[in-house]
Design a protein around this ligand. Structure first.
Ligand SMILES: [Zn+2]
Length: 482
């Protein structure tokens, strides 16, 4: 007997409740299209639910409660009523821990669906902090959903994200849960809702048998078709709520497996109508912020985008502004993946917060040439480690004032071939004057005389825009793969 149902995936929406610009590659050019928004997401999900007689599961892969000013400013609160309209089935998490685990649990207590994780433990009791799995019956098919949160929360994120908690990879725990669900709970299909990142999840699917569907997140992959690894269907659906993954599944009770599937990466562009009630709710929740956020504070000649792994125009704008303010010899910031692009033209306050929603204070530190080298090697390893389980980065750390030439394929500590500061070869024994933002920019183990300046990133960006009027921030080969 064949039974059909659908899975819809949203992941890494990063607080983008409204339509916004998104970057698309088209040949040698970049194209910017207005897409996304909760109103389009809800309308699409409603449409599929109607079409499939409600035989639909809808999952959120996490990175939901962070990334835009209204969401960060309200510590996620403005999303609660909106998300509850989606009737989601479960979520995973990463940046959602940004206001501390206690606050995250409080947000979750107001949601009408659970957060699932087999890999988040209380430091004192060693007990799981979230439900490990749920079971949903959809068109007669029993689907077990097992959650895995981002393992990096207690490893590379700011300390307060993981207060009182520790995170594992989940790969050791997963086989036990699959066995339990299959043997004791009579589940037909195993779905893993993960926020480990695509390379990590491919390895997970290779080493753990019995995952039918793996909903991937974190690395912002736009998977126009799923990957099949060890008979596991893996999908991930971009970021910023600009896309949804739509998977139609046919399950055969006789063969006890998925015998057919159809997939679409749905681009939430103008072809998808907006749910009017949701649009109104979003408008109401954003109203208190509009006046501040809509102010035009400058303009850019360069399209500002974060889509490239080695260097980005958006971060060059940020780093140029910090360097202009601090006069430091070199500047570092984290290689964030999220942040909707800003096409050439006006820049609003809203855009500035999309670049750096945490609005940290600018910091300074003294680093030796050796420390700069070691810090960059460590960062390249976290981004490009041959073993995906060792990959803990976003994109490569963003930098200004240096030029790095490196070999991606080399092993840890062997990647950097040349490092220049200004036009000079780095002096490993010299002490350099460095500016940065966040502990991800320059981790605390590096450097001396660390100090926070009494100015925050947004003000530095605003001042820079005021003095420059129109900025440009082209790529200048700061980090080059050779
Ligand atoms: Zn993430």
């Amino acid at each position: 007997m064949l039974k059909e149902f659908s899975i819809i995936q949203m992941n890494d929406s990063h607080g983008y409740v409204e339509e916004h610009w998104e970057h698309f590659f088209t040949g040698s050019e970049s194209e910017f299209v207005k897409v996304g928004g909760y109103a389009r997401i809800l309308n699409y999900v409603k449409m599929v639910r109607k079409l499939k007689n409600n035989n639909v599961l809808f999952f959120d892969g996490g990175d939901t409660f962070h990334g835009t000013y209204p969401v960060v400013n309200s510590e996620g609160e403005i999303l609660i009523d909106l998300l509850n309209k989606f009737n989601l089935d479960a979520m995973s998490a990463h940046w959602d821990f940004a206001y501390g685990p206690k606050k995250f649990k409080e947000l979750l207590s107001n949601l009408n669906y659970p957060m699932l994780a087999i890999n988040v433990y209380d430091k004192v009791s060693d007990q799981l902090v979230f439900e490990p799995y749920i079971i949903k019956e959809v068109n007669g098919v029993r689907v077990g959903i097992i959650g895995i949160a981002a393992t990096i929360v207690d490893k590379v994120m700011p300390k307060h994200f993981s207060e009182g908690l520790y995170f594992t990879l989940g790969n050791k725990e997963l086989p036990g849960y699959i066995k339990k669900l299959k043997e004791k709970e009579n589940v037909d299909i195993i779905t893993v809702l993960s926020h480990l990142g695509f390379p990590q999840e491919v390895k997970l699917a290779k080493e753990v048998a019995g995952i039918d569907i793996l909903l991937s997140a974190h690395t912002h992959n736009r998977m126009y078709k799923p990957s099949i690894v060890n008979e596991t269907i893996i999908l991930q659906s971009g970021c910023h709520g600009s896309f949804l993954g739509h998977l139609d599944v046919t399950y055969d009770f006789k063969q006890k497996k998925i015998v057919a599937y159809k997939h679409e990466l749905v681009v939430l562009d103008e072809k998808i109508l907006k749910d009017e009630d949701m649009e109104e709710m979003v408008n109401v929740s954003l109203k208190p912020y509009r006046e501040v956020l809509n102010e035009v504070v400058g303009s850019t000649k360069t399209d500002l985008s974060r889509s490239l792994v080695l260097e980005s125009t958006m971060d060059n704008f940020l780093l140029n502004a910090i360097q202009d303010y601090t006069k430091a010899e070199m500047v570092f910031s984290n290689g964030w993946r999220y942040g909707a692009p800003i096409p050439a033209g006006d820049i609003t306050v809203n855009d500035l917060y999309n670049i750096i929603p945490v609005n940290p204070k600018i910091s300074k530190v003294k680093l030796t040439g050796r420390e700069v080298w070691d810090m960059l090697e460590e960062n390249l390893e976290r981004t490009f480690a041959l073993d995906p389980y060792d990959q803990m980065g976003g994109y490569v750390k963003r930098a200004m004032g240096i030029n790095v030439y490196f070999k991606i394929e080399n092993s840890f500590k062997e990647r950097i071939q040349y490092l220049f500061v200004g036009q000079q070869t780095v002096d490993l024994d010299r002490i350099y004057d460095v500016a940065f933002v966040t502990s991800q920019g320059v981790p605390t183990k590096y450097g001396k005389d660390r100090q926070q300046l009494d100015i925050r990133a947004i003000d530095v960006l605003k001042n820079y825009l005021k003095s420059e009027q129109e900025i440009s921030a082209p790529l200048i080969n700061t980090i080059t793969a050779i």
